[in-house]
Design a protein around this ligand. Structure first.
Ligand code: MG
Length: 171
């Protein structure tokens, strides 16, 4: 039933999953601020695993950036990890209203993008509120996979993603 054009979406965060922080909260703002002036001298970029793009591609999902790096993820991150240019999740309209307190800014736009299709969200900032929101508003399968930001995406994470994909969209 599942054709290649219907492969699950995978919304991908950068700070934390691809750029591990080595410790905990508070660093994401620093990383996001740094990304606005991302250049060759950004020391955070040295934390990127050049082989991780290939592992992500091998999952067979339609990858979408879901990160405060936004379009800079295509310019700065993608070439360093072997990914092509990807679509970018946009910030929701500030006046859209109705977003519950504590809901991540990415959650509603991702659910709207998915439009009922299976999706994975890989991020270090997934909360219980996000899970409740997706359960209530997304009729299709979803995997909200929280990555430990001190470590970044690991083999264990990839194993969990692959196992979920096997159940939802076996190839
Ligand atoms: Mg993050």
């Amino acid at each position: 039933m599942t054709s290649s054009s219907e492969r699950p979406l995978l919304f991908l965060d950068v700070d934390g999953p691809l750029i591990p922080f080595g410790s905990s909260a508070g660093h994401s703002e620093i990383a996001a601020a740094s990304s606005t002036t991302a250049d060759q001298g950004n020391p955070l970029l040295a934390r990127l695993d050049p082989g991780i793009g290939e592992r992500l591609t091998a999952l067979g999902c339609r990858l979408v950036w879901a990160t405060t790096w936004r379009e800079e993820a295509n310019e700065v991150i993608a070439p360093r990890i072997g990914l092509p240019r990807l679509p970018v999740l946009e910030w929701p309209d500030a006046d859209a209203g109705g977003t519950p307190q504590g809901l991540h800014w990415k959650t509603r736009p991702m659910v709207e993008w998915a439009a009922g299709r299976p999706f994975i969200w890989v991020d270090d900032e997934i909360s219980a509120i996000d899970r409740l929101w997706v359960d209530a508003s997304h009729p299709g399968p979803s995997l909200l996979h929280r990555v430990e930001p001190a470590k970044g995406l690991s083999g264990t994470d990839f194993g969990a993603l692959a196992a979920w994909l096997d159940t939802v969209a076996p190839r």
